[in-house]
Structure formats: C-alpha cells, structure tokens
Write a protein that binds this ligand. Structure first.
Ligand code: GDP
Length: 538
C-alpha cells in the first residue's frame, strides 16, 4: 500500500501546491454546478454557466454527442486545471472529470487512478444514492481520501444527523462535520464553519457571490445572536454539542488514509459552502502521491519526469482524426519539447504539442509538474496503461482492463467494408471504449462491453466517425477470460478449445464461453493455465 502523506519533505513548491482530484456523485446531485463554481472561484471563468454552455456547443457536433445529451449522460471525460488562492497559499487544482453513468464503470475506474483525492457530492434530500455508492467503492479500492459535499441545502433536506448516519452506515466510513447547517429549506441561513469557528451566511439574492464570513470566538460568542435568530441558535448549539459527543473529531491523517471524511453542507447553485470546501482541499488535501510501478514505486519528488496514460480519447475533433492520450505526471518537471521514452515500445517520443485543459479551452502546455494532467496528441502509439519516462524502464501498475460482461457480434451493414470496420473497432479498443475479440475460427468480430448502453454509443460513433453503419447481434458467448500460463500448457489448451479461442486487440489469447461451468472445468483440467477476468494494461 502507498503511504499517503500531506507533506512530503523536499517536495518542490510547484508540486506541493498541486491538488489533483475528481468529483463523484449520482446524476443530478450537482456535480456540474459545483464544477462551475470551482472554476468561478478559481478565476478560470468570468461567469457561471460557461461550462454548460460550452458543453452544449460541443455536444451538438455529432449524433453520438447528441445521444449523450438526450440521455443526460456524460460520456467523455476531461481534465481541468485552475489556480485557487486560499489565505496566503496559491494552489493549482487539477479536476479530472469522471463519466457519470454506471455503464462506464471501467473508464471511471481508470480515471480514478489518476487522482489523489475525490469529492463526493450528495443531495441533501436524497442522501447516498446508487451511483454514489458504486463510485465510492471504487475510491475505497485505492484508499482515496474523500471530502463530502452535501448539496442543495437551500431546499428541504434531511436531518443533519440522519445524513451523516446514512453515510457512516452505508459506506462504512467515519464522518466528521467540517461545517454545520443552520435552519433548513426556506429557513436555511448558512453554516457554522466548525473547522475555523466562523459563521458563513448565504446570500440568496446574488447566486454568484461568495458568502459573507464572520469570525466567531466559539459558540458562546455574543456576535452569533446578531446574525442568527434565537430559536435557530439554540438548535445549533444543541446539535453541535451532540455532534461533539457522537462524531469523531477531524483527524487529518485518518482523512488521508481514507477512513474519515469531513462533510461540508452547502448549496452549489447559490455558491454557498463551495469556497470552504475548496479551502479544505487546499489545506488538508493530499499533495501528489507516489505511484505504484514495476520494478519500483515512483515518488513525486523525483527529478526525472515520469507519467502514465489513463485515458485515450479518439476523434475529439472528427475533422482531424486526432487522438489525445491523457497523461498523469507522476514525477518531475515536464517542459514542452522534451524527449521521453515510451517504455512499452522502448522508443523515444518528442512531446512537442502537449495540451493543458484550462477551464473551457485546451492550450499548449509549456510546462507541467507532478500531479498535472496533460493531453498528448498522437496517432495511436499511446495506449491506456503506457508509461513515459526520461529513460528508466518503469511500468506503472494498477491500471487494469476488466473482462467485459456483455458480448455481441459486430457486422458491417455493407459486407464490402469489413476492413474499415476492423480499423474502427481497433481504434475504439485502444481508446478503452470496448474490447474487440477476433475469433480464431470464423470471420467477424466479437465486441465486449461492461454496460449495454456502450453498444449503442459504439454503433453511433462508428457511423458518425467512419461513415459505417453497423449491426450488433447476440453472440453465442457470454463471458471472456484472458488466458495465461507456461507456453506449452497454453498451446495445449488452445488446441483443445479451438471453438472458444479469440485474440484481443493486443494479440493476447482470450477464452470465451457461455457457461461458468466451462471455466470451473478448465481450472480442474488445465491446472497450469490461468483464466483471468482482469488484465494489466501495458
Ligand atoms: P449533475 O448531474 O450532478 O452534474 O447535476 P447538475 O449540476 O446539473 O444539477 C442538477 C440540477 O440540480 C440542476 O437543475 C441544478 O440547477 C440543480 N442544483 C444544483 N445545485 C443546486 C443547489 O444547491 N440547490 C438547488 N435547489 N438546486 C441545485
């Protein structure tokens, strides 16, 4: 396990000020709104609403994006960088967007390998919802520190203790209040900032205004009565007294270990509670963390540049057929034009046009530091899981590929275009959007995905981006497993199971079946052969 620390000695100031995180939430909880406010406070945009507006302009570009819009899901992930001043510190925040739909869990998993912390947004009236729970479990696999934002407090919401209990019980994590709401719904006044002993009052008239902040000397400060009506003040004192007895105190190390989450209450749409949350990320959030790799771990304080690809997006601009590999820098100071070694092929690559994603635009990155996310346009050399270094042959680990849960045959509407179809499918396979298997016997391809919706997305993308109508049809197989083991044993196994064997787009051997029974039988009959549901990408 990685040793998470809030402060690593000797970390260059540029790296120490970086915070790289993602937001996880159930659709509609307010992720987009919160992102907008982050950018607003980061000075990256002038007016809230630009993220959405920009998003919509982009979406109209293709039917596939149109579909995404119709279904209210966000398929494409991106990263945004912005500065945020808090007290006398100036942070660089890198916010990595996670796809919100449950059908894209694999993509989400890999996205979360590129961050050091996550913000969990929940709706104050709904509490922990299904998608929140799934994403939380993914964060837990990596022991990511989690900050919780309980949104929509301007509406009727649940009792504060109920919300906290639900998180503790449902997600098995300790919760500590970073702030405490005063009043509910229409009577919601603001919050008591528990960590800083301040009163934060919400301004309902101006939604883009940062809340008024009043310094308070503890709960007995007479100033409180000037701002909070007596009945709400009594309730606040009582609740905080109870909270003190019932809930753990904030412990920075427990938070970094992922066993305790501080919760802030607010209303993203009213810009309320957002700045305090951002202050929290800056002050307590982890600096860029060590990255697991073979044969050794990579420290963010190493001077040599190392980075890894966690996402590839093809055809971001359909006119140019470009591909962008999203690279998380694990160490060092990167400058434009640097020559890095592509570890998988052992070939040098000059990174001449790296991009940074600043708020609503991408621009050339002249430099970047450990913790940053840069985009590297390329023609397919860079794949998910690839490592780039200044020479040392290190391979980042922990970026798995999952066996698909659904398999279908894919055929070109026009049989003459089978070759084009192969090219399109390979492209999507490298992007990580689907698994493509070529059976050893017969023609055609079997496409595997994690969620059914992905077939629709693929079909419409292949049509849009390659002008190829395609059909997906039920396959005789329902499961796929990667086959590994000593060469001779694998050859013997392949010869005995010809009807079930295919190769994936990397040329690795895959066994397909519709019966779990088959998988159990093989484990008995071919003890030297391993069938696995995940494969490290490299
Ligand atoms: P996402 O699906 O998680 O990205 O959610 P959005 O940010 O798009 O928000 C979903 C809906 O909730 C939108 O209609 C927002 O205007 C609304 N919303 C977001 N934050 C708040 C809030 O603090 N209070 C209220 N009342 N509505 C909010």
């Amino acid at each position: 396990m990685l040793d998470r620390a809030s402060n690593l000695p000797d970390l260059p100031a540029e790296i120490a000020r970086r915070r790289t995180f993602a937001i996880i939430s159930h659709p509609d909880a307010g992720k987009t709104t919160l992102t907008e406010k982050f950018l607003l406070y980061g000075g990256a945009i002038q007016m809230a609403g630009q993220v959405r507006a920009k998003g919509e302009a982009r979406r109209t570009r293709s039917d596939y994006m149109q579909m995404e819009k119709d279904r209210g899901i966000s398929v494409s992930a991106s990263a945004m960088s912005f500065d945020f001043a808090s007290g006398d510190r100036n942070y660089r925040f890198n916010l990595v967007d996670t796809p919100g739909h449950s059908d894209f869990s694999e993509d989400t998993y890999r996205t979360l390998t590129a961050v050091d912390a996550a913000i969990m947004v929940i709706d104050g009236a709904k509490g922990v919802e299904s998608q929140t729970r799934k994403l939380f479990e993914v964060c837990r696999l990596r022991d990511l520190p989690i900050l919780t934002f309980c949104n929509k407090m301007d509406r009727e919401s649940r009792d504060t203790f109920d919300i906290i209990d639900e998180i503790q019980e449902n997600l098995a994590i300790d919760v500590t209040p970073a702030s405490w709401p005063i009043g509910v719904g229409r009577d919601f006044l603001g919050c008591y900032d528990v960590l800083n002993d301040r009163l934060e009052l919400m301004d309902r008239a101006d939604r883009n205004k940062v809340a008024e902040s009043i310094k308070i000397e503890g709960l007995d400060d007479p100033k409180l009565a000037d701002h909070v009506p007596a009945h709400l003040l009594d309730q606040l004192r009582e609740e905080l007294e109870m909270a003190k007895e019932l809930l753990p105190k904030f412990d920075p190390q427990a938070f970094l270990d992922g066993t305790l989450t501080p919760i802030w209450f607010g209303s993203a749409i009213n810009s309320f509670g957002v700045k305090e949350l951002m202050d929290g990320i800056g002050k307590y959030g982890p600096v860029p963390q060590p990255q697991s790799a073979n044969p050794r771990q990579i420290g963010p304080d190493e001077t040599k540049v190392m980075g890894f690809v966690f996402k590839v997006q093809a055809n971001m601009d359909p006119k140019h057929r470009d591909r962008v590999a999203f690279v998380r820098l694990a160490s060092g100071h990167f400058t434009r034009g640097m020559k890095l070694t592509h570890v998988r092929s052992k070939k040098p690559m000059t990174i001449s046009a790296p991009v940074l994603f600043l708020a609503s635009d991408r621009e050339l990155a002249e430099e970047a530091w450990a913790g940053d996310i840069i985009g590297i346009p390329n023609h397919g050399q860079l794949r998910i899981g690839d490592t780039l270094t200044e020479g040392e042959a290190l391979r980042v680990t922990g970026i798995p590929s999952f066996a698909p849960e659904l398999l279908q045959n894919c055929r070109a509407g026009d049989p003459m275009k089978a070759k084009h179809l192969e090219k399109a499918l390979m492209q999507f396979a490298e992007e990580g959007a689907a698994k493509v298997f070529k059976p050893n016997i017969g023609s055609g391809f079997i496409v595997g995905v994690v969620g059914a919706l992905q077939f629709d997305v693929l079909a419409s993308r292949i049509e849009m981006e390659y002008g190829l109508p395609v059909r997906f049809e039920p396959s005789q197989f329902t499961s796929a497993r990667w086959v590994t083991g000593p060469k001779q044993a694998v050859e013997k196994f392949v010869a005995a199971n010809k009807q079930h064997i295919a190769h994936d787009n990397d040329g690795d051997i895959v066994y397909m079946t519709r019966l779990q029974w088959d998988i159990d039988r093989i484990e008995r009959d071919h003890p030297e052969v391993t069938l696995s549901a995940t494969k490290e990408m490299m």
